[in-house]
Design a protein around this ligand. Sequence first.
Ligand code: ATP
Ligand code: MG
Length: 416
Amino acid sequence: MTSIAGEAWFQDAALQRVLALLNTDGGEGRIVGGAVRNSLLALPVADVDIATTLLPEAVVERAGAAGIKAVPTGIAHGTVTLVVDGKPFEITTLRRDVETDGRRARVAFSDDWQADAERRDLTINALYASADGAVVDMVGGLADLERRNIRFIGDAATRIAEDYLRILRFFRFFAYYGSGRPDADGLRACAAARSKIATLSAERVWSEMKKLLAAKDPGRALLWMRQVGILTEVLPETEKWGIDAIPALVATERALGWTSDPLLRLAAIVPPDAARLAKLGERLRLSKAEAAYLQDWANAPGVKDDVSDAALDRLLYRHDASGIATRLKLALAVARGKAEGDFEEMARVARLSKLLERTVRWKKPVFPVNGADALAAGLSAGPEVGDILSKLEQQWLDGNFTMNRAALLARLKELI
Ligand code: ATP
Ligand code: MG
């Protein structure tokens, strides 16, 4: 029998205390979802979700009696968070769908494990582990996990029509855990329902898409999404641009130890067009920081790979350094993709790497002269102050920031 009893996270005293609390007096609690799936794949477990036959009020009551803190996170949906030794555990009462409309479901509490499993989306996400660590599989998830087959529970088209976000979840989980070709039924059903993605809330779509883009290698998932017209539904900006840059970017990230950055991956598959990216940001409701990242990138000047250090510094002073870094990262990835056996590209890779290093280290120097200095030097208040100071700043810049305050004050006198 498959078991996760040997896992360190499972033996954690806090978790065991929670399981003991639920699995007594006619109640039952099992671990479900990502924790079980990842353990079986020997991947790290981030958070532990627990399903229980107990009603939320009963969970709160038992926690109270045991002196455990209970937070009613989403009590209407049946979720209570128990905090033990500072660690949060989400406890959700078993549910079955009463009504679905493609965007959300009305659910009823139940004590039926099979029904709870069947309302989940993918077979690999519906594995449970009982309090003794034994894995319970009611939907064929173990066999699919073994073959790395990402498959809907039940009829794919029906399950997708209950919640169209499952189209994106299919590709997200394929990106993380799938191999080979996507399940044919699932792929066909996703493709057929692709126009319904537009009916989902932008937040759900972007949150799911961002997770997909953060996969270690989202390349094959994106390729299939593009193949069946789903990528265009979510990101029409990629239509003409294509996703050819992804493999080289992923290889570069691996080689250079960069973390998987969903926004850098996004930048690799859309054109650096500030106006279109602003629209993309509004359409998908990107956060301010995410939208700014794309704008900084699109507005950054092109950097020739043979630019001198001094000229790069001047660009960095006048423009947004993180936007330039994004440009250089993408250029470096493209060059690395072409470099094998090509000496010219190899030399380009070396130059771009140096420029990127300098850009990442860059700290903008502070111009050491201000308006008060100009007035003290004899200038009267007015627009002239700004004009002279910006002239002086440009000279300081042209001299690679080597002029110190004293030299600049002397030059200020000359300019006046
Ligand atoms: P991870 O947290 O590592 O991304 P996960 O499997 O925990 O993976 P979540 O998105 O956190 O994924 O969802 C938790 C569980 O809830 C899933 O494993 C799945 O069983 C179920 N689930 C989540 N979203 C849906 C959905 N849209 N339709 C059906 N079931 C879902
Ligand atoms: Mg989760």
